[in-house]
Ligand binder design. Sequence first.
Ligand SMILES: [Zn+2]
Length: 357
Amino acid sequence: MSTSVKTRSGASIPCVSKSEAEAKGYISRALLNQLHLLPGGEPTAYTYIDDETVIFYFDPEKVSEAPPELWYGAKNEQMTLPSGSVIERMSVKRASGYGYYTRERLTAMNCKVIEEPVAYTLKADKTPLFFYDKRTASRLPLTCVRCGKNIRFKKKLCRECYEKDLAERRAEGDAYRAQYFGMERSKVLFFDLELTGFYDRDEIISISIVDGNDKLIMNTLVKPDHTKKWKRTEKIHGITPEMTENCPTLAELTPQIKEIFAGADNLIAYGVSTDYSHIKYIYPEEEREALHAKVRCCANEFVRYAHECHPEIEHASLIDAMSHFGIEWRGVPHSSVADTFACRDVWERIFPHYYKD
Ligand SMILES: [Zn+2]
């Protein structure tokens, strides 16, 4: 038994004796009900009836009249609880109008009842079914969805179940990453595109392709067909319209890109969905599915690895992955060729047995 109780708002209210409460003019719940009043706020004090149950007292200055539709439904039947409190019989509907529910309903709402019943109804067999006030029930911390016992820690699981789940996912992920894929180095291609903007209509202005041998297969700027300037992305990749002036167009490069991609088993990029959504346009619609089947995303794999093995990692950009594995830039940082090499290196760290040799 403690000497103070916390209300839902977190305020501590004092334990008082019945006579103290009366001397201060506090109104008990039972009296409020009899007078068809509703508490205007949280209880101001309480007294214990037994180890687990309390009677709450309310400040008479803060009570309000119950709406007539609530008290017109009264059955004018009462019962006296062992504590001496008199409670009224009411229908389930009227009770819920007051915010009163059965213990079962409140438990389902994740609330723990500490106050004695505030009203009752009679079941078919004439035994009483008690109602409790939701506002004075304490909110229980949410429990683990797996074991149903412990308090939640992460992902709706308790710490124990979370750790177990993480260990299972990690074992599965580790086995996946550690397997021998037997890929041909020359047929695993890493690529990166720079664009004039962030949207679908934006054009490719740079392509870099590197293979699993670390061989630079293509590294070229591309002259866009209709975009004349790209001030916003220029600051990011540093490619100016002048720089692309005498470069091949995408249409001119297409046969070469298609030939390179045709010989590849995998096409890997960091955040591949953006790159894929632009490069796919060099293929007619019916050939895109075959292209997409070869595509792998290095960022997705890093995210999975981080979730399973290093939950402390919060961000998963290419630079985050590089710094996690201690990978250095090769070439001008953030240029598409340096990004491509970095992507290749990150991939090899995630999948150490990706290649045949
Ligand atoms: Zn659990």
